[in-house]
Design a protein around this ligand. Structure first.
Ligand code: PLP
Length: 430
């Protein structure tokens, strides 16, 4: 497999863009490689500038639930485009979009659109602090909620890979109100609330963490978070940037039976266009400007193109509930196939799967928190990664990333992937 054109573009890119990329993980540094530059995507496949085609399990890190360029999602976008790309004024489609989210998500009465997941979580924290009048926030080790200052503490994927638990440039004063707890550890949360409960504005959590590989939240843990936040008049915020409309049309409340006070969205609700959203109960959201005093705004918020694609995505999901079963079956098939390969090769590695997300950890035993994943054999993973890429399988270039499946992935794609998985494991463990 040749990467001549990608290499040339990378050499040019590093002159003008830090590290040659606009988001760190794209640099492929964690796997000791250079980035591949993409020419186009179609369905489950992506093609690089050198003409190599891969089965794509990055799927833009989650937004592309129907794969690349899904014709029914994109139908009509040209007409929308010709009507203008942004107005900075309200549109009918924003109202329809908000209504779809509110009707789908239990506990959310109002929703505000923003342009990224980072903005969504950052704004939700501000609202939680404004609403409760408290300062501290609780997050979990290995959970990533975007790169806003207060949340960039022990925050998974990119920061795990690059070993930057708290980024330089984040003043200690800003993160002194960020309390970090072990994921899925009820006792640790209890202790934190006993000590600081009166000043905890909110707990923010990924119900299934997709930023330290794939670590499923336990139902009892989420139930406990619901209980303890209620008891201390703190808010529970679900960061559904990955899980929203992926675990099911009702997202985490439907999947786990736990209803938060607020939720943050991104990725799927924009179907690949820049988007984010945060929502909550009416009494909470009505403190947001212009109703209330908590300020939050955005030039491109509710962008008509993003709303167009997002709305079509949500409508398709709403009208075809069978999609979730189909995705789950595909992911189970892949996860089970990987487990079978591991067994055949006499390897003890752990595979996790939730809905359409899958992860192969280069470690064995239970996977419940960052503690359980931090000792993964990265050297072996990197060998495996390269061997997979050479066999035409594109995955997130780091151990701490999940595989994102889409409806576009076919059984043939999965079988090709499983064959590659068997061979690549052999390469890694030879
Ligand atoms: N929250 C979660 C759970 C995420 O996975 C991400 C990004 O991957 C974010 C927030 C930040 O979203 P964005 O990259 O759109 O700012």
């Amino acid at each position: 497999m040749q990467h001549t054109k990608s290499k040339a573009l990378y050499e040019e890119a590093v002159k003008y863009i830090p590290g040659g990329v606009n988001s760190p993980v794209r640099a492929f540094k964690a796997v000791g490689m250079e980035p591949i530059f993409i020419e186009k995507g179609e369905g489950s496949k992506i093609t690089d500038v050198d003409g190599n085609t891969y089965i794509d399990y990055i799927c833009s890190w989650g937004p592309l639930l129907f794969g690349h360029g899904s014709p029914d999602i994109l139908e009509g976008i040209q007409e929308q485009l010709l009507k203008g790309t942004s107005y900075g004024a309200p549109t009918a489609i924003e109202v329809e979009m908000a209504k779809l989210i509110v009707e789908a998500y239990e506990g959310i009465d109002e929703v505000r659109m923003v342009s990224s997941g980072t903005e969504a979580t950052m704004s939700a924290l501000r609202v939680a602090r404004g609403y409760t009048g408290k300062n501290k926030i609780v997050k979990f080790e290995g959970c990533y909620h975007g790169h806003s200052d207060a949340l960039l503490v022990k925050s998974g994927s990119g920061t795990l890979t690059f070993g930057v638990p708290t980024s330089p440039g984040v003043p200690a004063d800003v993160v002194k109100h960020t309390l970090v707890c072990e994921y899925n550890n009820q006792e640790a949360v209890k202790a934190l609330f006993e000590e600081h409960g009166e000043d905890i504005a909110c707990v923010i959590v990924e119900t299934v963490s997709g930023n330290m590989g794939l670590v499923p939240g336990k139902k009892e843990f989420l139930e406990y978070l619901r209980e303890v936040t209620k008891a201390y008049n703190s808010l529970l915020i679900f960061d559904e940037v990955i899980t929203g409309f992926r675990l099911g049309y009702g997202s985490s409340p439907e999947y786990f039976g736990v209803v938060p006070d607020m939720a943050c969205f991104g990725k799927i609700i924009g179907g690949g266009l820049p988007v984010g959203a945060y929502g909550g109960r009416k009494d909470i959201m009505e403190i947001v400007s212009p109703c209330g005093p908590v300020y939050q705004a955005g030039t491109l918020s509710g962008n008509p193109l993003a709303m167009y694609v997002g709305k079509k995505t949500l409508e398709k999901l709403k009208n075809n509930p069978g999609i979730y079963k189909e995705l789950e079956q595909k992911a189970s098939y892949l996860a089970q196939g990987i487990r079978n390969n591991l067994k055949a090769l006499d390897l003890e590695l752990t595979v996790t799967q939730v809905g359409s997300l899958v992860c192969l950890f280069f470690t064995s035993g239970k996977i419940e928190s960052y503690e359980d994943v931090k000792d993964c054999d990265l050297e072996k993973f990197n060998k495996y990664y390269k061997a997979m890429l050479e066999r035409g399988i594109l995955m997130g270039p780091a151990q701490f990333e999940a595989l994102f499946l889409s409806t576009a992935h076919t059984k043939e794609d999965l079988d090709v992937t499983l064959k590659a998985n068997y061979e690549a494991l052999k390469v890694a463990y030879n």
